[in-house]
Write a protein that binds this ligand. Structure first.
Ligand SMILES: [Zn+2]
Length: 274
């Protein structure tokens, strides 16, 4: 086990192999996937956020020639607002923040200099931002946060979404056109398209919007069962495996570029001006 091809999985390395990877110049970026187990409509499994995270991260790492090392997914996130749907797992904000932060700091303590917390679930976003910041302040390394799920932030798949989405504004949000399509492409046996519905319970206001490309000027989120009948916010019914493949490929390509760019960020020394 000494080719980059099978050295992408952080915890599949032995400690001497890990020591070798830490000593490499340049080091790989370490990805910490942080997901959720929650309702995704009548047609998708509770594992959807984690499946998308893991599928895109694995493919990116396999193509990265050793530039990306992927940790096991932290599978449960901030999800109290989804607890009305059977099966959701809710971890409180403080525990999530502490857990993700301590994971990142552990990685940094072994000598890794560039860590990306990769979020797979919308409500984790503020937590990953703070966890990355806490890791930076405590260790001085470069720790950032991002997402590969366009339902959270469409940047990595924006071109494909703009050109190929069928559901129009609001179709992407949650368990909608993007997530359903990517699951149709990656794991078609887990999707029941006969039950895929359009459910647009999210509010659209002048200063508050949920979906690309409309900007939003404030954030707010209530309980999920108050805005969605079946768990979907978006349009799952128009999703296709073809759109999923395009979005998947675009995301993997752009994420690999992002990883390599992220790795170029230098660690600058502090200057005490007292
Ligand atoms: Zn999701």
């Amino acid at each position: 086990m000494n080719t980059h091809q099978n050295q992408w999985s952080y915890d599949r390395l032995s400690w001497p192999q890990m020591k070798e990877v830490i000593g490499r110049k340049p080091q790989p970026v370490v990805a910490i996937p942080f997901g959720a187990v929650e309702d995704h409509g009548l047609h998708l499994p509770l594992s959807t956020d984690n499946d998308i995270l893991e599928g895109i991260l694995k493919e990116t790492a396999l193509r990265s020639e050793g530039d990306l090392l992927v940790m096991p997914t932290i599978p449960y996130g901030l999800d109290e607002h989804h607890m009305d749907f059977p099966g959701t797992i809710s971890i409180n904000i403080e525990t999530c923040l502490a857990y993700v932060t301590q994971t990142a700091i552990s990685v940094a303590r072994h000598g890794f200099t560039h860590i990306l917390i990769v979020n797979g679930h919308g409500s984790n976003q503020a937590i990953t931002d703070l966890a990355a910041r806490k890791c930076v302040l405590e260790t001085g390394i470069v720790c950032g946060n991002t997402t590969i799920n366009a339902a959270i932030n469409p940047t990595l798949a924006a071109d494909v979404i703009e050109k190929h989405r069928k559901g129009g504004y609001g179709s992407i949000a949650h368990a909608g056109e993007f997530e359903t399509a990517v699951m149709l492409y990656m794991l078609p046996e887990t999707v029941d398209m006969d039950k895929a519905e359009r459910d647009m319970g999210q509010i659209k206001l002048k200063y508050f919007n949920w979906d690309y490309p409309e900007p939003t000027a404030f954030s707010w989120l209530g309980y999920w069962s108050g805005m969605s009948n079946n768990g979907v916010c978006g349009d799952a019914s128009v999703a296709t495996a073809e759109f999923g493949k395009l979005a998947f490929e675009e995301t993997v390509t752009n994420f690999l570029e992002l990883v390599r760019e992220f790795r170029t960020i230098p660690i600058k020394q502090r200057v005490d001006h007292h």
